[in-house]
Design a binder for this molecule. Structure first.
Ligand code: KG4
Ligand code: ZN
Length: 345
């Protein structure tokens, strides 16, 4: 049973976790949301400074919550990329330092593979959340976050094929940008989810993007522009009412998710898919889950067992690291560096 101390500093959350194979013993996340609110997005140098301040306390707390000490840790895993270069640097340098100091093997993890395998993370309780069998392959993984929107065919763990991805903005980024136009704060995705419950998703018409392309790629910049024009037109007459904000939230959310489901409908007949796995920050959204479930039935949808595991966290890096630990896929700390544009395949 391997114990892994995992670190993720890819964006604006400093996270350190301890995992024992697929079981999460601790998963500490120091959020920087408050810090970045004023910028309406993540400010890389501010993120770097906050990671620097948070990383050591997060490591300490993570070990404490796992009731383990360094002698009981078998390896250090860290997100190598993709992500913001200054942010990644803090996690990678710390992981190298720890691996060298405590003489532990170092494992490099791709952040997207972390989101993809977050479905396998198990709670500490004896009842397993989801028993993973290789007969589930091929799996279709859908990653929907603030930086990525991708359809990935998983033939086996470590054997991936990108079937489609956004050609411009990510789904979460689109929600955040429209939320900013509506003054909903940052990140706006969770607020939009709440406001959407009070609104009508059909109140405002949004176009369905990329219907002419036969591929499985997505595009969100058109929806964002459509939202901007719509809000400008509406506010030219008078400020938006509360109900209009709820209706706009419901309508943009529906448009963003409908685009995913439309492409999903094209992918399904093209591959023999046994299961669909959903990961990434936007996967916390219950409307998205419901719409995907409806689209893929009778195929089963698997989501991470808590919403915390949807957003950026180090437990998913530990889970992905566990498979690499078994294969002894280690990296040399003296020749290892962050890769902000790291690809999955
Ligand atoms: O995975 P994540 O924490 O970071 C990235 O790797 O990007 O995802 C953050 C994104 C943000 O765009 C945020 O607005 C969105 O996930 N998000 C949501 C919800 N919770 C987070 N979007 C819609 N509904 C939610 N409940
Ligand atoms: Zn992420």
């Amino acid at each position: 049973m391997s114990n892994i101390l995992a670190i993720d500093t890819s964006c604006d959350d400093t996270s350190v976790a301890v995992t024992q194979c697929l079981t999460v013993l601790s998963n500490v996340v120091a959020s920087q949301t408050q810090l970045h609110q004023q910028y309406g997005g993540v400010f890389p140098t501010v993120a770097k400074q906050a990671h620097l301040e948070n990383i050591d306390p997060c490591i300490k707390l993570s070990l404490k919550r796992a009731h383990l000490n360094w002698d009981q840790i078998d390896a250090v895993a860290v997100t190598q990329g993709p992500g913001l270069a200054p942010a990644l640097e803090i996690g990678v340098e710390k992981a190298k330092e720890l691996a060298t100091k405590f003489k532990k093997p170092l494992i490099a993890v791709n952040h997207i593979e972390g989101h993809l395998l977050s479905i396998l993370a198990q709670p500490k309780t004896k009842n397993s959340y989801f028993v993973f069998r290789s007969s589930y392959f091929p799996v279709l993984s859908i990653i929907v976050s603030g930086g990525h929107t991708e359809f990935i065919l998983v033939k086996a763990i470590g054997d991936y094929e990108i079937l489609g991805q956004t050609v411009d903005d990510a789904a979460g980024e689109c929600l955040d940008k429209v939320g900013r136009m509506l003054d909903l704060g940052y990140p706006a995705g969770p607020v939009i989810e709440q406001f959407a419950k009070l609104g009508n998703p059909l109140a405002f018409h949004f176009p369905l993007p990329m219907t002419e392309s036969q591929d499985f790629n997505l595009s969100y910049s058109g929806l964002k522009t459509h939202a901007r024009n719509l809000i400008e037109t509406l506010t030219r007459i008078k400020p938006l009412t509360k109900q209009q904000i709820y209706d706009l939230s419901a309508s943009i959310q529906y448009a963003v998710f409908r685009h995913i489901c439309y492409k999903l409908n094209k992918i399904l007949p093209s591959r023999e898919i046994q299961q669909v796995w959903l990961g990434g920050g936007v996967a916390a959204n219950t409307t998205l889950r419901r719409m995907i479930r409806k689209t893929i039935q009778p195929i089963k949808l698997q989501c991470p067992h808590t919403k915390k595991l949807c957003a950026d966290n180090a437990a998913m890096i530990g889970v992905a690291g566990c498979f690499k630990f078994e294969k002894k896929e280690f990296v040399d700390p003296t020749h290892f560096d962050r890769q902000p544009r790291l690809k999955l395949t």
